[in-house]
Write a protein that binds this ligand. Structure first.
Ligand code: HEM
Length: 201
């Protein structure tokens, strides 16, 4: 897995329309109407931008070879036709979590919480990408978790989120905001110039 930078731009533009923004734990986030995701680091200067969150894809920390093979075999790509629902769930873990040793974190994450074992049951219904922010200076969250699914699988997603939130891993979550979105691409992108065929004029 290569490290790629993503910016999540919250404001009034972008193909994802906000359905709800709920603070699960800790400080809320400023409400927005739309979200745009770009595969680069940007800090928007547009007046309508309320916030920008950054995160990078990264190498696996806790996944064993066997789990990786199971995940690779079942994980769908993002951007599937019909996956018109999405969730952006930024998460910050506590100082106590980051002070643990790697083996202690893996024990809580999988032996006690079964994060991967549970998550696997929801593939390929749910498509996902994990972004790390912990090592980026000035970011308010440690992780930006992104999920896409079809309306037919939205109950399953609710079930998954509720199971994970009851797990021992979540005792280490200091801040969590749950943002739900629907894909709502305008038929004409207002930011693109309209192409006119001069010969036809
Ligand atoms: C769709 C099913 C899911 C699967 C298959 C899944 C799988 C995984 C895997 C394999 C990792 C570990 C990556 C590594 O080895 O470093 C991970 C990490 C993580 N997942 Fe999930 N996950 C799922 C759903 C969720 C949901 C719904 C949430 C949030 C509500 C979530 C939040 C996280 C977070 C915050 C991490 C980072 C943990 C850390 O490094 O401390 N996951 N997930």
């Amino acid at each position: 897995m290569s490290n790629e930078m993503y910016s999540f731009i919250g404001g009034s533009t972008g193909p994802w329309k906000i359905v709800s923004i709920n603070s699960v734990t800790g400080k809320a986030m400023e409400p927005i109407d739309r979200l745009e995701i770009v595969n680069e680091f940007i800090t928007s200067s547009k007046a309508e931008t309320k916030w920008v969150l950054h995160g990078t894809t990264s190498n696996l920390r806790y996944t064993t070879r066997q789990e990786k093979e199971q995940l690779d075999a079942k994980s769908p790509p993002l951007g599937r036709k019909g996956d018109t629902c999405a969730a952006l769930i930024p998460i910050k873990k506590s100082k106590a979590w980051w002070e643990l040793a790697q083996d202690e974190r893996r024990t809580i994450f999988e032996a006690q919480s079964e994060h991967i074992k549970i998550g696997l049951k929801y593939l390929p219904a749910i498509a996902r990408r994990l972004h790390h922010s912990h090592d980026l200076v000035g970011e308010p969250f440690d992780f930006l978790t992104w999920f896409e699914y079809s309306p037919a699988h939205s109950d399953e997603f609710e079930e998954l989120v509720s199971i994970l939130r009851k797990s021992p891993e979540w005792k280490y979550v200091d801040r969590e905001v749950d943002i739900r979105l629907v894909l709502d691409k305008p038929s004409i992108d207002p930011n693109q110039p309209i192409k006119v065929n001069i010969k036809s004029l």
